[in-house]
Every structure is written in C-alpha cells, then in structure tokens.
Design a protein around this ligand. Structure first.
Ligand code: CU
Length: 260
C-alpha cells in the first residue's frame, strides 16, 4: 500500500515542478515602469519617492525617503517597508481605525492594502519572511533603497491587478497622531511599540507614463523585441529557466556587493 502511494505521489510532484518551470514564460505580464504617490498616515510629516522598472521577473527599485522618524531608543530608527497586495489596492483612511486609538495599525490597514508580498529591505531577502527584519530596514529618517532583485509571482500578479501598495512603516513619536501609540504593544511584534510598526507612508503602485510609452509605440523597435521574446519562449522554455537562474546569481552577487 505504501509503495503504491509513493508511486502515485511522485508523478504528482513532478507535475507540480513542470507547472513551476513553466511559470517564467507568463511572468512578463507586469513589465513596465511604475511610480507611487505616497499618502501620509497617522500624523506622518515625511515624504518618499518611488520608481520601479519591471522586466520579466527582474524588478529595479529606487526608493528615496526623507523626513521620517530619525531615532528610536537612541539608535537610528529602523523603518521596514513592503509591497503589500492582494486586497483592495488602496490605502486605509481613519475610517479603518477600528479600535479608535487615533492611529492606523498595520492590521487595521490590511483590509485596504493586504498582506506583505515583497520586503523592500536595504539588502538580502526580499520575501515576506524578511518583513520584520530590522537589520534590513531603512535606518533613520532619510535613506534610499536602490536594488535589483527577482520579484515573486504573487507581487507581479498584484502589480498587474492593480492591488500592489507600497507601505513604509514606523511613525515619528514627535508627530504621531496618538501618543498612546508608543505605550501600546505592536500588533505585529509585541516587543516593539505599536507606533514603531504602524504605517507611516502608503501609496498604490501605478504604471507611469514612461511605462506606457513602449506599448503605444509598438510599431517601432519594440514589436521586434516582443516577438523575439515569444520566439524564445516557444523554442527554448528550458533556456528561459536557465536565464532566470543566471539572473538570480547576478542579483545575489549584487547584494553581496551592497553588503560590503
Ligand atoms: Cu508593510
């Protein structure tokens, strides 16, 4: 009996792997350039700009943050930030302040912007698992995150569907709309104050004008590159996977350089 079950299980597993290997051919649906127009939440006075290019699964992000909380517990304030998605693709309003404490917690915002899909850390892991890794967080009130990495399918899907939202966390105690936010435990990590993890800046990922131009100008050189892509996919499915793997190696090397 057990042997038969194993025999059945192997083909199922193999099918799953084939499906995953086929995924890169579908991954260019989010190609383009994107920006974010940030809103200030819960008394935040800082600002940020965000530019992102996506080519197949490779995302190049340029995030510039200024004027957020500078220090936290006598150290540079760690600001974590993520691309959230899979929900309404909006930012929360004070109508979402369910407990009426005067600020929006990360949980209260989730109905609008969804869960973490990509972690926009300064280096290393970009998966949701790194979402609360303070070592990868922006440090202080002014910082930039400029990275190229392989974006996961969930985030690419959210960007295409218009539900991707960039959220930068960490309220400034000096401007927070609730002093209590720094005396209550965080809804994400109880060892931190609520205000330290609550969303400070929020904005929907939106296709920029520059991203739309190549599609409109498809009768120039762009059509050629598109058909080349399609030919590549048809003829060399395995080659595409290999290319993706090589791309991943490049990203890892780049990250290592960033750490140095
Ligand atoms: Cu977040």
């Amino acid at each position: 009996m057990n042997k038969n079950l194993r025999l059945l299980a192997v083909p199922t597993l193999a099918l799953g792997m084939v499906a995953m290997a086929g995924a890169p051919a579908m991954a260019d649906h989010a190609n383009g350039s994107y920006t974010v127009d940030f809103q200030q939440l819960s008394g935040t006075t800082g600002t940020a700009t965000f530019a992102m290019d996506i080519d197949d699964k490779t995302a190049t992000v340029n995030l510039q943050v200024s004027g957020l909380g500078e220090t936290f517990m006598d150290a540079p304030y760690p600001h974590v930030q993520h691309i959230h998605g899979g929900a309404q693709g909006t930012c929360p309003t004070m109508a979402d302040d369910a407990d009426g404490d005067g600020i929006l917690s990360t949980t209260e915002g989730a109905a609008a912007y969804g869960g973490i899909q990509t972690t926009l850390g300064t280096s290393g892991d970009t998966s949701p698992a790194a979402g609360l890794n303070l070592e990868l967080a922006g440090q202080g009130g002014n910082y930039s995150i400029e990275r190229t990495f392989e974006m996961n399918a969930e985030t690419l899907d959210a960007i295409e569907a218009g539900t991707a939202v960039v959220v930068i966390h960490g309220l400034d105690p000096a401007t927070s709309s609730s002093e209590e936010a720094f005396n209550a435990p965080s809804d994400l990590e109880p060892s931190l104050p609520l205000g330290a993890t609550s969303p400070a800046l929020c904005g929907v990922v939106t296709a920029s004008q520059m991203g739309e131009m190549p599609e409109g100008g498809a009768d120039t050189g762009v059509a050629q590159s598109t058909s080349n892509n399609n030919m590549g996919m048809l003829a060399l499915g395995g080659g595409l996977v290999l290319a993706a793997a090589v791309g991943g190696t490049y990203v890892v090397r780049r990250n290592a350089a960033d750490n140095a």
